[in-house]
Design a binder for this molecule. Structure first.
Ligand code: 8IG
Length: 276
């Protein structure tokens, strides 16, 4: 498969950082919040947890900000919320742009760059995903310890050699375990999607050291590190990966597992985010 062309060409005079600054300025105007401290991106299954994060200060449509396009997936709402939790202003993305939408890698990471431009020094990237360990029953949250990016793409443009050691902060993982000591961790493997894996591909994932499979997060995490943010990655295992249970994968099952796990996810995020 050849990589889709970026909608904004290399000749576009607006750099990704400039586009993010413009979005952050508009965000400050529309929310009345001049700076945010922590960003949270909610993936499949995490949306019901949002109301347990803190007190909503403002909610806007992502399309109110320059550079964002409409959300495309059932279970993803195209909104951005400013939430107050303790002494922190939290910027919550209720949806994300996925790589498989074909809008290009710039579009995938524009929210992350906007969060950095809005002042966020920490970002929590959540997702719904498939799990390879049978002990991870649907609805189990798992800390991302590292990733394998199988998109073959990078959000970084040009010769900037960004270090990805400890990308998923061991400090933040330890902090999560203070809240929930039983949290397991695993290596997240991003496929381009939007189809799920074949059982043979899941065999490959096991062979290369992955335990979680999904269609998001790795490009965002790289862009966050490039922008100097500390990253916490949290997966919600909503299904066993293909070929493990013998049952086919079903998107409605994914949404239902999130609903059922909402209180646990909400309590975890609500306890962790104010301490970040
Ligand atoms: I939710 O099993 C969810 N997203 N690639 N594989 C991939 N993405 C997913 C899966 C899965 N479950």
């Amino acid at each position: 498969m050849s990589a889709p062309a970026e909608p904004t060409s290399p000749h576009d005079p607006t750099t990704p950082a400039e586009a993010a600054s413009e979005a952050a300025a508009r965000l400050a105007e529309l929310t009345g919040v001049p700076r945010h401290d922590v960003a949270v991106v909610l993936g499949s299954g995490w949306l019901p947890a949002v109301d347990l994060l803190g007190e909503t200060v403002a909610e806007i449509a992502t399309t109110d900000l320059p550079g964002f396009s409409a959300a495309a997936v059932v279970g993803h709402s195209g909104k951005i919320r400013s939430v107050r939790a303790g002494d922190k202003s939290i910027l919550v993305f209720l949806s994300r742009t996925h790589y498989y939408e074909g809008k290009g890698v710039r579009a995938v990471v524009h929210g992350v760059r906007t969060a950095a431009a809005a002042g966020c020094r920490t970002i929590v990237l959540t997702n719904g995903c498939g799990g390879l360990k049978e002990s991870w029953t649907p609805g189990t949250p798992v800390l991302i310890s590292d990733h394998i990016n199988l998109t073959g793409r990078s959000p970084i443009e040009g010769a900037e050699f960004v270090d990805l050691t400890d990308l998923y902060s061991s400090r933040l993982r330890a902090l999560c375990r203070e809240v929930e000591p039983t949290l397991d961790e695993g290596v997240y493997v991003q496929f381009p999607g939007p189809h799920y894996e074949t059982p043979a591909e899941i065999g490959m994932v096991r062979a290369i050291g992955g335990q979680l499979v999904g269609m998001s997060t790795t490009l965002e995490a790289i862009a966050a590190r490039q922008a100097g943010m500390e990253v916490l990655g949290l997966s919600l295992v909503t299904n066993l990966a293909a070929g493990i249970s013998g049952e086919p994968l079903d998107h409605s099952e994914v949404i239902e597992a999130g609903r059922a796990a909402a209180t646990r996810m909400g309590n975890l995020l609500g306890a962790v985010v104010p301490r970040l």
